[in-house]
Design a protein around this ligand. Structure first.
Ligand code: SF4
Length: 459
């Protein structure tokens, strides 16, 4: 859970990166960092907190240059501390480079142990630093059988060699003094899109909503395994690990994580999320009075269900958007305070009604139980709880922050037991086949579904 953004060839690079990162804020709220090259050196600012609260105009003005990369962080690997805030800037015998990473390297601990035994000293606990060490210590080998552009002969073989050693999920942006390099792992777990504005500046972002904010046009997704180099000689793509037969794009990006106004993996998140709701209606038709989304995450699947079933969609829960990062501890006597800070039922909509309550996923089940109790207290006659994805049974190891297996309610309880625990009349999860069918089109095949199946494609 992180967002990355990059700009090439724009004198407002730091400010545009700031805006792009703000659009990606949902991907990470712990910390933000921007690195900028003025073609001679790379400078950087990093801070903990939200983009708009952590970086001011003065800091951005100090970051002069026309190439930049940025990162918003939500820690899935390494602790949440200032050392782990990205980008990471390194200096070695071939110059300087800064790295911003979204994903999770599954063999990072193993590689780290080997490197430490050889005398390497790590400054962070992040898996990304492993990548940097591998680049810095790689031999300048050209045995990849790839004809490299002269500008790429120095650094790229080192990067290719590092890519050969790491396993897992990585969408990377690398800033060098005169180059911006974008990398997507050979399985394509995490998204990365390419855009361009009318002035000819090039942009890279985790999601296309970050291109919209800087008025850049979405051109395409980076391909799984692609290394894209952008410099004064144009754009060049390499595939150092060859083409994989099957990509494992994270389907959870479509279910929950990406913004609905984004295009990722060559398709609109909005239409796929709505299709998941339509599919839910086909799989589980229910005679009820209203469809109520759990805001904001369940909104589009609820709309899809409503359209397919003909049952009206009503906003039966109102969300309070003004919850800060810290709030008073729940008072014991008010059992549902933690959820009431966020959601409150609309009695007029739910009283005496048979409700189809829809959310995108069910992870721990504790919040759902509180929502159901609130709706019952507001007079709901029946509550049929439908989830527009299958039961989450295994944690993610590719960069999405899911709880441990023990905390995942579906890893130890049957659907019937969960239904009893939450206190609903019906509980139904979208089938795995239904979810995949909703996300697929003729361009868009091959998804990771490991958190729903326990079947990890790379370990
Ligand atoms: S395990 Fe789940 S959340 Fe993680 S990459 Fe796969 S589909 Fe996405």
């Amino acid at each position: 859970m992180c967002g990355i953004f990059g700009v090439y060839n724009n004198n407002n690079a730091s400010k545009l990166t700031y805006l792009g990162l703000h659009a990606l804020q949902h991907r990470g709220q712990e910390a933000v960092g921007i690195a900028v090259s003025n073609r001679y050196e790379i400078n950087m600012k990093k801070a903990e907190g939200l983009v708009m609260q952590s970086l001011d105009e003065k800091s951005l003005n100090e970051l002069k240059g026309d190439i930049a990369i940025g990162h918003v962080r939500y820690s899935t690997s390494g602790k949440s501390n200032p050392q782990n805030v990205q980008p990471f800037l390194s200096h070695f015998y071939k110059g300087s480079f800064a790295v911003a990473h979204n994903g999770n390297i599954v063999n990072a601990d193993l590689i780290r142990e080997e490197l430490e035994k050889e005398g390497a000293i790590f400054y962070t606990t992040s898996d990304t630093e492993v990548f940097i060490h591998l680049i810095a210590k790689a031999k300048n080998t050209t045995d990849f059988g790839i004809n490299l552009h002269p500008n790429d002969r120095e650094f790229l073989p080192l990067l290719f060699s590092a890519m050969k050693k790491v396993k897992g999920a990585y969408s990377l942006l690398i800033l060098r003094e005169n180059q911006l390099i974008a990398v997507r792992d050979p399985f394509g777990f995490r998204p990365l899109v390419l855009g361009k504005n009318k002035q000819g500046s090039i942009f890279l972002a985790s999601e296309s909503c970050a291109l919209d904010i800087v008025e850049a046009e979405y051109l395409r997704d980076l391909k799984a395994g692609e290394v894209l180099v952008i410099d004064g000689d144009g754009l060049r793509s390499y595939y150092p690990l060859g083409f994989v037969d099957k990509a494992y794009k994270c389907i959870f990006e479509y279910v929950y994580f990406s913004r609905p106004d984004s295009i990722i993996f060559q398709d609109y998140v909005y239409s796929i999320r709505k299709e998941m709701g339509r599919q839910l209606a086909r799989e589980m038709p229910i005679d009820a009075d209203v469809v109520v989304p759990v805001l904001d995450s369940g909104m589009l699947s609820a709309k899809g269900y409503s359209e397919e079933s003909g049952i009206p969609l009503e906003i039966g829960l109102i969300r309070n958007h003004y919850i800060g990062r810290s709030f008073i501890q729940p008072i014991q006597e008010i059992r549902d305070l933690s959820v009431k800070l966020k959601l409150n039922p609309v009695r007029q909509v739910v009283e005496g009604k048979r409700i189809i309550l829809i959310d995108d996923s069910l992870v721990r089940g504790t919040t759902a139980k509180k929502i159901v109790r609130m709706l019952r207290r507001a007079g709901a006659k029946e509550i049929h709880f439908l989830i527009s994805s299958p039961p989450v049974v295994s944690p993610c190891v590719y960069g999405i922050d899911t709880p441990t297996k023990e905390e995942l309610i579906a890893s130890s309880k049957s659907v019937n037991e969960i239904k009893e625990y939450i206190g609903v009349d019906t509980l139904y999860y979208l089938s795995l086949e239904g979810m995949i069918k909703s996300a697929m089109n003729n361009k868009n095949k091959g998804f990771c579904t490991a958190c729903f199946t326990g079947d990890y494609p790379v370990l």
